[in-house]
Design a protein around this ligand. Structure first.
Ligand code: ADP
Ligand code: MG
Ligand code: MG
Length: 196
């Protein structure tokens, strides 16, 4: 995820300069670099501890809307995991919990041109795959990433109802939401690393 945020920093910043304040790429790069640094300096004892460490780094290092939202997402995901193993069902539940946290914190619904537009279909796809007998955690994240990509693309024609882009009214139409796009990229990075 940190590598993807580094790689896509300019792209996310370009999207945010069209309908926001042009800092999303830098925010995400800084947050995930801090998460990586935090993980390298400690030895987390469980998957939940890894997610908690990432959450703390994001909340601590990312100003703006995305830091607290993604920080809450990772923290909520941590709360549903226990023990050392993550099953496909656990992975889908963690994504669902992450979405619940983002919605509770940001009060956005599908169609508001936010992270929720990518994460909601991602959770639906993840749950569907997790329920199949041959499911793997990699397959859960691959399905989530693909659905998030469609969700992020669906934000293009929308007017924003949350975040800075909402100040633009109809002028936000025709632009892809930066946060929905970073969600797609994060899930794709997770899927690629699991497929590795
Ligand atoms: P800021 O807008 O404070 O500069 P960022 O640029 O890092 O923060 O993040 C902007 C992204 O945050 C938006 O593209 C949108 O996807 C997401 N966002 C903003 N407000 C909300 C919200 N209430 N719920 C979900 N996502 C939101
Ligand atoms: Mg911004
Ligand atoms: Mg900002």
């Amino acid at each position: 995820m940190a590598a993807s945020m580094e790689e896509n920093r300019k792209y996310l910043t370009k999207l945010d300069s069209e309908i926001g304040d042009g800092d999303h790429g830098n925010n995400m790069r800084r947050g995930f670099a801090a998460a990586l640094e935090r993980l390298e300096g400690t030895s987390p004892s469980s998957p939940a501890d890894v997610l908690k460490a990432v959450s703390m780094a994001l909340i601590g290092k990312v100003g703006g809307a995305a830091g607290p939202l993604y920080g809450t997402a990772f923290l909520r995901a941590a709360t549903v995991l226990s023990g050392d193993e993550v099953s496909p069902e656990d992975a889908a539940s963690a994504l669902e919990a992450a979405l619940g946290g983002v919605k509770q914190r940001g009060k956005a619904e599908v169609g508001d041109k936010t992270i929720v537009d990518a994460l909601t279909p991602a959770v639906e796809a993840a749950k569907e795959v997790a329920g199949s007998p041959e499911a793997t955690v990699a397959a859960v994240f691959r399905a989530a990433a693909e659905a998030a990509a469609v969700g992020a693309e669906s934000t293009v024609p929308l007017t924003a109802r949350k975040g800075r882009a909402s100040y633009l009214g109809e002028r936000a139409q025709g632009h892809r939401d930066p946060g929905a796009t970073s969600t797609q990229l994060l899930l794709d990075a997770a899927a690629r690393s699991l497929e590795g």
